[in-house]
Design a protein around this ligand. Structure first.
Ligand code: C5P
Length: 410
């Protein structure tokens, strides 16, 4: 970690008004030494502790602070400040700025930039021990943590106010290490193999007609992307969709359930299999070789037969069963109870149940409400985008594979 280069990485450092702001000067110097580009936003109060001139000299860039001057089109807007950064670092993060972040206020450039950003955020709190311990501050910190805001420190020791206790900002070296960690790509699934099924299947009736469903493949494709992003060698077996193939993923395009099963089996052995495809339960027993015609004798009758259950087949493999087999359950009623029963029936480890009843907009939509069923445990996830569901699932998969804490299921 020490000496790690940050060449080309862009840090937006937000300096709030605390005595610890002097340590931010040292942080800027260290970041610059490692090749990072550092752009700084200072709050009004921060300017009482360190001068914009010092900050500007060390960062070798202009210092930003006035929200109103940025409304001028010729100036750098607050959106651009965040867009042109890889990581937002708030150091020192005062009790006041933490509270404003938790509330989503946009009353100065620092708060507005943080609110208008989708970039990762790292805070280095610094405050008096009483302020730190106050339930309001602790509640605000919990809110930020739940939103994924990273934190370094504070430590305990002598505080500038003369008291001793918690609230001392982390040292620049520790903040630097946290920045390096935050920027390091998460490769927890490197060396692991993953199989994901996605999209609908198409079951031919004749050469031009088929049975299918409305699955968009959004969720399955997002899961393949999230697993690949963590370093897993990922095979995506998908029915026809409009979704682009995610970076770093090997796509095996199929149409029917039987092709999907065959391609899935061919991808084994894998460490994790996530079956997110909406597989057609039935297929036409014998698809006509030629286009069916209206021959005046009335409509043809189609004899349907059951398709193989890919999830159950993969979960039931003996020698090459993946360590983790995960299925989805799209339900319109008794979501969790049905998902529990389905998990047992199919022999998989986790079921991600979602409510697809009309009006939820899940099918084809961008959002999903998941209840994760793991044995008797049920975890209700908040409503989130399918991409967030994928990231959360990939994180859980990485966590469990790393810990080796796999439930005995055979
Ligand atoms: O039984 P049901 O279709 O509700 O089960 C849904 C889960 O089972 C999903 O994970 C889906 O991908 C998988 N499945 C499958 N093969 C089938 C039917 C469903 O892999 N033939």
């Amino acid at each position: 970690m020490e000496g790690e280069l940050l060449e080309g990485r862009r840090i937006l450092l937000i300096i709030a008004g605390g005595i610890a702001a002097y340590k931010s000067l040292e942080l800027i110097r260290r970041l610059r030494e490692r090749g990072a580009a550092v752009r700084c936003v200072m709050t009004e109060a921060a300017r009482q502790f360190v001068t914009p001139l010092s900050v500007s000299s060390l960062s070798e860039d202009k210092v930003y602070g006035d929200l109103w001057s940025l409304t001028d089109e010729s100036e750098m807007g607050h959106i651009r400040l965040s867009r042109e950064a890889d990581l937002l670092v708030v150091a020192p993060a005062t009790a006041d700025l933490i509270a404003r972040m938790a509330m989503g206020l946009a009353d100065d450039l620092a708060a507005t930039t943080l609110l208008a950003s989708d970039k990762p955020v790292l805070i280095a709190p610094a405050m008096n021990a009483m302020m730190w311990a106050h339930p309001a501050t602790q509640a605000n910190l919990a809110t930020l943590a739940a939103r994924g805001v990273m934190r370094v420190g504070p430590g305990s020791g002598d505080l500038a106010c003369g008291e001793v206790g918690f609230g001392r900002m982390a040292e620049p070296a520790d903040i630097l290490a946290a920045i390096v960690r935050a920027l390091a790509p998460d490769r927890r699934l490197a060396g692991r193999r993953a199989l994901v099924t996605s999209g609908p299947t198409r079951e031919p009736i004749d050469p031009v007609r088929y049975l299918s469903n409305h699955s968009s493949g959004k969720q399955g494709h997002a899961i393949a992307a999230a697993l690949a992003a963590l370093g897993a060698e990922t095979v995506l077996v998908s029915g026809p969709t409009q979704e682009p193939t995610p970076a770093g993923v090997r796509l095996v395009a199929v149409e029917t359930a039987r092709q999907m099963l065959e391609a899935s089996e061919a991808a084994l052995p894998v460490d994790v299999a996530v079956m997110a495809a909406a597989v057609s339960d039935w297929r036409v027993d014998t698809a006509a070789g030629q286009k069916l015609k209206k021959d005046g004798k009335g409509p043809p009758s189609l004899r349907l037969v059951e398709n193989p259950d890919i999830l159950a087949s993969i979960a039931g493999r003996h020698n090459d069963r993946p360590l983790l087999v995960i299925g989805f359950a799209a339900e319109t009623e008794n979501v969790v109870a049905n998902a529990r029963a389905k998990r047992k029936r199919k022999g998989c480890d986790w079921i991600l149940a979602n409510d697809v009843s009309p009006g939820t907009g899940t099918f084809g939509g961008d959002r999903n409400t998941i209840h994760m069923v793991d044995g008797d445990l049920v975890e209700d996830w908040p409503v989130m985008s399918k991409i967030e569901v994928a990231a959360r699932l990939a994180d859980r998969i990485a966590e469990v594979l790393q810990s080796g804490n796999l439930a005995p299921h055979r």
